[in-house]
Each structure stands twice: as structure tokens, then as C-alpha cells.
Design a protein around this ligand. Structure first.
Ligand code: CA
Length: 520
């Protein structure tokens, strides 16, 4: 998608947009459907500036046929086929979900990988932020003590110790932003040698190394679990572990003491000026609607391109939301190896879904459909807009750590919590999360900038949404202006100058591991 928005109803862009005038948004001039932009939708009989008259009432975000479309004719949005007409559709009619037959996913064996050679972007010099540099060279955006756990059995105990640490210790270490428990439901009662176990194990290992935790590792273990601290960390845990079944363990004090030793070190961390190339920004969406792909995601794509040009690492994810647009992504692979790796991750997920007797159509939610997204094809085309136009330089399997700077596809499920957890494992230190329907999602380990696709949502959720991209739909702002503003906000949040709402209120979702392996 080229990001151009054709406003069909407006003869020329007015300086002060008339929000009452009927407005359709067509993403690409070759599209034969457009979405209704007006809050509350438009009634049947509405006449648009170019003479088209609506034959049905069309809800906000839903599609209107711009031309007559014959039965089985192509329905185009983003200049891509989002489906075929289930029966004849007349111009001005509401093209609701049941009128669109979903096409098959692009076959993976027909993609051209031999010519993958996307050009590097034009550098953007001199952009900096204030971050916490770690001994290994990585840079955090927060200063947080993380307490890892090797098994769910200790989770309640660690949460209790956390209350004491917060009450008794944290006030004495004012440079530390907080303490989090990396609790989860894994560690025992699982087939730990099964191939699928590699994913949750490396996720837990790599999360402990997230740059926001300053290189300080503390594991609380029970002692009899399958996921031993040795297996969890991939090294001798030495003094980095407290084992509850050990004879030496004599109560919560051992956990609190372990925390205090690390708080002493973390409290000495100070922000310093770092190049933007030290940032690792994750992108995600959740509760998407038809505006996601015309406002928030293209603006985020523009900001993502700026970050990449400034040398940052940007992760985009959510396999089931890129699967139907994979033919657009393999074209952007920096080389053949990257293109093959993209296809490998798609094929892995196709097989994973098939084992569970599901397919990619299981992705769309009732809320997505109410918001105007007919199927996963349409959702995917809007979703990949947030990856901008940069070349894709690397592909990570779920939970792997970043290896290269630039735009990276980090393969994850689309589930908000699992995607967030896996991106943290990959080393993400700040996430930008776009939402159309609205979700109060947050992470304890990294700031999450929540971007609304519609101004109406941003107004209602004024103390949950950090950034309003809705002005793109109303004609108040361009994708470029909005993308620059978002880029600046990303640097402000990474520097601790601006606090996101979820951090202000302490709203955070649980970590959720991706475990494709068997449970015993
Ligand atoms: Ca998601």
C-alpha cells in the first residue's frame, strides 16, 4: 500500500474539515470499495459529492461498493483482492461480511524468493534518546528489577515477596522504576524434551536478558521442576538462583535479600544520550477495525520507517495477520535468505494451525467484524501497513533475540499477550500498539504507546490512549505529519520524558508464553 488516501467525497481538501459532511475513504484509486468515515455511519439515501447515493445504511468503518460488482467479481481494497462477490453488488450498497467470499491464502511455494534484494533506506542522522546503557552494550528505556521463576509453583510466593520488596525496599532505591515478577504457567507438567518446548524455554531465558532489566538476573526455583534453573538460563545459575526446597532456604528473606543486592546495582544506573540505533521498538495491533489500515497503522509505518532510517531495530510480528499479505512482504526481503525465512515461519504456522484443526480465518474476532473488517485478508492488508516500506533484514523464530538492526519480522501469534511476551524476549524495550475497538493493554517490563485509529475512541479513552491517529480520517492531519509526531513521542517515552498511561496507572497484562508443545 502506498499510503495515499483518496477522499472521494471532498472535491478539494478543506482547511477546516466539515465533520458532518458524508465522507468515504478509498485507500487506493483502483479500489472498488471505500469505507464510511463518519461517526455513527451514514443513512441510506446519503448523496456523496461525486453523485454516488447510498442504497443501504452503512455503519462507520464498513464498506460501500463504488461500482457495480458482478457475482464472483473481485472486491479490491489497498489495490489487493480482499474477496470475491458472493452475488451481484450494486454501486452504493453496503458490502457487509456475508457478501464477500474469502480467497485462499497465497500459496507459499509460488512466491519469488530468487530476486529478493530490497534496497537499504536513506539514513536519518543525529536522532538520539536518553536511555540506560548496559554492560553488554544494549540500552534500556526503563530501569526495572525482574525476578524470574522457573515454575508456576513459586508464583504466589514470589508475588508475596514482591509486595514486601515494593513496600520495604523500593523507596530506598529511587532510581529504580519498579520490580516485576516474570511468572508464568510453564516449568513442570510439560513434555520438556518435545521440540515445541524450545519456544517457551528460550522465551523465559531471553526475557530475563531484556535490556530494561539492566543485566541483573534473579531466578526463584522450587527445586523439583522439569525446567531447572540450569536449563532455564542455559548456564550454571551460580548465585542468581534462590531454590525453595534447598536446605539453605529459610523463608521469604532469601528472595528479598537477593532483590536488595540487585536493587543496589540497578539504582546506580543513569540515563545517558544514546543514538536511536540503540532502540528496539516492537509493533503490535489489537482490537483492530477498518480504520486501523488507513490511520494508525500507516502512521506507525511512517514512524517505523523513520526509526529504521535512524538505525533502530523495529520488530513487527503476528503471523496470522501477515500470512495473507506474505506476497507483499517477500518482495521487501533484503535477500533470499530473509525471504526463505519468512516463508519458513508462515509454513510452520500453517502446519501448527492445521494440527489444531484450525486455519487463519480463526484470527478475526466479532469486534473486528463489527468494526468493518470482513475477513483476515482485509485485516492483514491493514496490519502490515504498520511495517512501513523498509526492507526486511531478518526473521526471528518465536522468542529468539534480535541479531540485526533494521526492520525485523519476529514471528509470533497475534494474541496481544503472547506477542508482547515474545517481543520482550527478543529484546524489545518499547512497544507501539494500535487499536481501533480499544484495549487497555499494557506491559510491566516496557512502556506501551497505545495509538487509537479513531478520534472518537481517543476522546472516550482519554486516560488510556496515548496518541490519536484519527485525524488522518477526518482530514485534520496527514499520514506524514502524524507519523512524525508519533516518532517524536516514541523518543520522548523511550527517554522517560513522557509517561504512557498504562505506566501511570500501573496497568499491565500477564506474560503469556507460547507453548506449542504437549502438556503432561
Ligand atoms: Ca495482537
Amino acid at each position: 500500500m502506498d499510503g495515499a488516501i483518496a477522499e472521494r467525497a471532498a472535491a478539494r481538501p478543506p482547511s477546516v474539515p466539515d465533520l458532518q459532511a458524508p465522507r468515504l475513504i478509498r485507500v487506493d484509486p483502483r479500489d472498488n470499495v471505500a469505507i464510511v468515515a463518519n461517526d455513527g455511519g451514514l443513512p441510506a439515501g446519503t448523496r456523496l459529492a461525486d453523485g454516488l447515493e447510498l442504497r443501504d445504511r452503512v455503519p462507520q468503518g464498513h464498506k460501500v461498493a463504488l461500482d457495480d460488482i458482478p457475482a464472483e467479481g473481485e472486491i479490491r481494497r489497498y489495490n489487493e483482492i480482499i474477496g470475491h462477490a458472493a452475488g451481484p453488488i450494486r454501486a452504493g450498497e453496503w458490502v457487509e461480511e456475508s457478501r464477500i467470499a474469502m480467497p485462499a491464502a497465497p500459496p507459499l511455494d509460488a512466491l519469488d524468493v530468487e530476486h529478493a534484494a530490497a534496497l537499504p533506506p536513506v539514513p536519518l542522522e543525529g536522532c538520539t534518546f536518553e536511555g540506560y546503557r548496559n554492560p553488554d552494550g544494549s540500552v534500556g528505556t526503563k530501569n526495572v528489577l525482574a525476578i524470574s521463576t522457573s515454575v508456576q509453583c513459586v508464583a504466589g510466593t514470589v508475588e508475596f515477596a514482591l509486595k514486601r520488596i515494593r513496600a520495604e525496599l523500593l523507596p530506598r532505591y529511587p532510581n529504580v522504576d519498579g520490580v516485576v515478577a516474570l511468572t508464568h504457567s510453564y516449568g513442570c507438567g510439560v513434555a520438556i524434551e518435545a521440540p515445541g518446548a524450545a519456544i517457551p524455554i528460550r522465551t523465559l531465558r531471553n526475557i530475563a536478558l531484556n535490556p530494561n532489566f539492566g543485566g541483573e538476573v534473579l531466578v526463584v526455583s522450587l527445586g523439583c521442576e522439569k525446567l531447572s534453573p540450569l536449563r532455564l538460563l542455559g548456564r550454571d545459575p551460580g548465585d542468581d538462583v534462590v531454590t525453595m526446597q534447598d536446605e539453605a532456604f529459610d523463608g521469604f528473606g532469601a528472595i528479598v535479600a537477593g532483590a536488595e543486592a540487585r536493587l543496589e546495582i540497578l539504582n546506580r544506573r543513569r540515563r545517558e544520550t544514546c543514538p536511536v540505533s540503540d532502540l528496539v521498538v516492537g509493533l503490535q495491533c489489537g482490537g483492530s477495525d477498518a480504520f486501523s489500515g488507513v490511520t494508525a497503522n500507516p502512521a506507525l509505518g511512517f514512524a517505523s520507517d523513520l526509526l529504521v532510517r535512524a538505525g533502530a531495530t523495529v520488530l513487527f510480528s503476528e503471523v496470522t495477520e501477515v500470512r495473507d499479505a506474505i506476497h507483499l512482504l517477500t518482495r521487501r526481503a533484503a535477500d533470499r535468505e530473509v525471504a526463505r525465512a519468512l516463508i519458513r515461519e508462515m509454513a510452520w504456522y500453517d502446519a501448527y494451525l492445521a494440527r489444531g484443526e484450525a486455519d487463519r480465518s480463526a484470527n478475526t474476532t466479532p469486534g473486528n467484524k463489527k468494526g468493518g473488517l470482513a475477513n483476515i485478508v482485509e485485516k492483514s492488508l491493514g496490519s502490515i501497513a504498520k511495517s512501513g516500506t523498509s526492507p526486511i533484514v531478518d526473521v526471528l523464530a518465536p522468542g529468539e533475540r534480535v541479531r540485526r538492526k533494521g526492520l525485523v519480522f519476529a514471528a509470533t501469534p497475534a494474541s496481544d499477550f503472547i506477542c508482547g511476551t515474545l517481543q520482550l524476549a527478543s529484546g524489545m524495550t518499547l512497544q507501539v500498539f494500535t487499536t481501533g475497538r480499544g484495549t487497555p493493554y499494557g506491559l510491566a517490563a516496557a512502556p506501551v504507546i497505545k495509538v487509537a485509529t479513531r478520534s472518537e475512541l481517543a476522546r472516550r479513552w482519554r486516560d488510556l490512549i496515548d496518541f490519536d491517529a484519527g485525524g488522518i480520517a477526518t482530514g485534520h492531519a496527514s499520514i506524514e505529519e502524524t507519523g512524525w509526531a508519533l516518532f517524536r513521542l516514541i523518543l520522548d517515552v523511550a527517554s522517560g520524558r513522557t509517561e504512557v498511561w498504562s505506566d501511570r496507572w500501573g496497568i499491565a497484562n500477564d506474560l503469556a508464553l507460547f507453548n506449542p508443545g504437549p502438556v503432561t
